[in-house]
Design a protein around this ligand. Sequence first.
Ligand code: SF4
Length: 466
Amino acid sequence: MITILDCYTDEPSGLGVPPYLGTYPRYIAGSLDKPVYITIDDLRLYQKYNSIEQKEAQNTNIRIYNLTKNYSNIKEILKKTTTLIIILGSHTPGKYLSALPGTLKEILPIIKNLKCEKIITGPSSYDMKEFDDFKINHFDFSYEEIKNYAIRGARIIEQLSDLRVVEIETSKGCPRPDHCIFCTEGLKEFKIRNPDDILKEIQTFYNLGCRHFRIGKQSCFYSYPHASKLLKKIRETCPETKVLHIDNANPQKIITPEGIQLTKDIVTYCTPGNIAALGVESFDEKVVKANCLNSTPETTLKAIEILNKYGSERGDNGMPKFLPGINLILGLKAETKETLEINYDYLKQILDKKLLIRRINIRQLVKYPGTEIENEKLPKKNKKYYYNFREKIRKEIDYPMLKILTPEGTILKDVRTEVHEGNVTFARQLGTYPLIIGIKERLSLNKFYNVKITGHMLRSITGEII
Ligand code: SF4
């Protein structure tokens, strides 16, 4: 028996941390004959509590929250398993509201005594060498293979008891001729998936009861040549879809006439609360040049204006229909103290122009093997400014932006309760980068409510049930 153990994945182009269901377990499952799908949470519950489901504590235990239907049977499953495929890889680690990805360090002692064959795959497998009795397999399927595997693998959703946002892939690699020197996508050959195959995959999930989709597995949705046609067909053939969102986009593509048309189509066919995450990385032109980034500050500003022009109207779930998000990276080549000031000034300019951004994501550079930046000696002298920079952005940009985005009294619909922290319930809408809402009562989890916004924190909001 083959068992797939999902420790969850998070990469710049692709999310598979619950409530999102990534592509890795699905494609692998599709290539096998009736595999069993389990999560790291199932394994933790087995190890710590002998697979007995725990009564809810004051604070929700997100280590054992995302159980599959197989959770009570883990001992038996592990006994029968002849091959264990472990999916690992949080490449863009962050804090997750209701899940904690598993790491190699964590799983090694748990599965040490299993006699089966053990295979590691997922984003982390690219940074590893084979060791002990573990094999590495990237399961690097071609799109011809994925055509069938994606359909067959959709059935793993039946082994889950909770609802998932299904992550959908349109392409791999980077469509630009030049690549940003820190990025691993640039190392892969650019390939696109046939739109009919993608549509069939979504329809399969739809027929299995899924209603939430995020077309997030690609480096730029605007570079996918069949984007408008695909979205239109999804809406026509899956009419009860509740969430249809996208993720990454290259500002350079947004500002072209085709990009403007696609922006309008995204607003028409996707659902509100949608975000195009722009990989800006830096507003400092020197840094843009030194790292071969994809967009100049002027282009980014134009793209933000276009997205605001067509997408800022409020949709029926209470959120603006389609807004930009901004990703910044600290620690890039040629960064100086001034870079931080330039980044701040541009963000302030955006706020002053009353342009909306849904979220600003600030990460520190990670040097991945094989990238051009891997062997660069980068000065660390700016590191001491990062904390204050982040705080300043949170207080002076994020906070006032949130107040404009969701003024007090705004009603957000279909908000799903996810975790408890004492007497507070944290909830959010399903979709791409939804806002976290703290509600001052202990509500039952995994239920949908309409919430009135009552206040703002630095990066989240507070609300009450109506
Ligand atoms: S544009 Fe840059 S960050 Fe985006 S996929 Fe290409 S190389 Fe990576």
